[in-house]
Design a binder for this molecule. Structure first.
Ligand code: BGC
Length: 371
């Protein structure tokens, strides 16, 4: 009963935060094409046969022990997706699935491999698929395969584009996406820097902020939006910026370490290092240390995810800040959506969540809450 109530509250809060995300928007029109779509989808879904509350009710009554779940992860070595998939499995089991009936496979960052894995799951006759696509641009092909097999589908982490999401609503398919709006995480990264004040950040006093950007996979909307909106928060605050280098680190610590080592030696005047995720920020920190620089004194560094190691760095002052990418709420929402489909209920076609800004003020409490 208590669990049901918590889930119910989670669904309501998520719905509210999604609506709030839809209405806020100082972003330029060309940057927010899906915001309008999402509002429309939410409104359309408001009239759907079963409300989110009804969905949660039916979840509580389901017998899930013999249901099969196929989970495709783009790459097991990704730190964030490891937290996500472990929490997903634990939560599915807590909801009544048998561990033996939850199969989680590694796409090894190769779409062909993942597409074969999806075909195998279809042949096996799983009851639901949860997919973190290798390439978001392959979503239409994946959706067609899965819908043709009459299997409900929950996308996670890598958001398909607006046209693809519109097809799910137009055709009334049992397909949804669970994730957070990456614009918010980028904005929060920028705000962490702005909150320090220009006099603190502008170390060389030239009236501009010299920065380097380390991007995730450029095909991924999280990478695109974090890159754009982190800098936008600075310019929105009236700051002038100077991009010294912008490189693709593919979400990977070792790659970022090398890129930042090169960038710092070519541009010792760097004042801020933006990384699209914490794994890359940890790599950046290794190179900042190697260059004899000190975060908080002669350089500033922000990431996204709130990995344990990054939180420890924020507490120690060796990272300026990060943004909590809530793998707990996202994995639970993905599981709840899967359960709703299995039990014959519907879901909205976009299920959102909120990021949380993390600085030295709340890094310890964030770490404690994740233990
Ligand atoms: C996370 C990254 C992760 C990526 C994988 C992002 O939301 O912040 O850490 O590598 O998802 O797609």
């Amino acid at each position: 009963m208590k669990k049901k109530l918590v889930s119910l509250l989670t669904v309501s809060v998520m719905t509210l935060s999604m609506l709030a995300g839809c209405t806020s928007g100082s972003a330029p029109a060309e940057s927010t094409p899906d915001n309008t779509e999402k509002t429309e989808q939410t409104d359309a879904n408001a009239g759907a046969e079963q409300t989110a509350e009804a969905v949660v009710e039916s979840v509580g009554n389901a017998d899930l022990a013999d249901k099969k779940v196929g989970v495709c992860i783009y790459q097991f070595s990704d730190n964030f997706m490891t937290l996500f998939r472990n929490e997903l499995e634990t939560y599915l089991v807590s909801q009544g699935f048998s561990k033996d009936n939850i199969k989680i496979v590694d796409g090894a960052n190769d779409q062909a491999t993942q597409t074969n894995q999806i075909s195998s799951f279809i042949t096996e006759g799983v009851d639901v698929l949860i997919i973190n696509p290798v390439n978001s641009s392959s979503a239409a092909t994946i959706t067609d395969m899965v819908v043709d097999a009459n299997i409900p589908l929950v996308y996670i982490n890598r958001e398909p584009d607006a046209d693809e999401e519109a097809r799910w609503a137009d055709n009334n398919w049992n397909v949804t996406y669970v994730g957070c709006d990456a614009r918010q995480s980028g904005t929060m990264q920028g705000e962490i820097i702005v909150d320090l004040g220009l006099e603190t950040v502008d170390l060389n006093g030239d009236g501009k902020v010299q920065y380097i950007m380390i991007e995730g996979d450029p095909e991924n909307v999280d990478a695109q939006y974090r890159t754009e909106f982190s800098v936008k928060a600075l310019t929105d605050a009236g700051w002038e910026v100077d991009c010294l280098d912008d490189q693709v680190g593919n979400w990977d610590q070792a790659t970022a370490q090398q890129l930042v080592a090169n960038a710092l030696s070519a541009h010792p005047e760097t004042e801020v290092v933006f990384c699209n995720n914490d794994a890359m920020a940890l790599g950046a920190l290794q190179s900042i240390d190697a260059a004899g620089r000190k975060v908080g004194e002669d350089i500033f560094l922000v990431g996204v995810d709130a990995l344990t190691e990054a939180l420890e760095d924020v507490i120690a002052g060796t990272m300026t800040g990060t943004v909590f990418n809530d793998h707990i709420s996202q994995s639970h929402s993905a599981a709840d959506a899967a359960i709703a489909y299995i039990t014959g209920a519907t879901n909205e076609h976009y299920i959102g969540c909120d990021y949380v800004k993390v600085t030295s003020d709340n890094a310890q409490s964030t770490l404690d809450s994740l233990k």
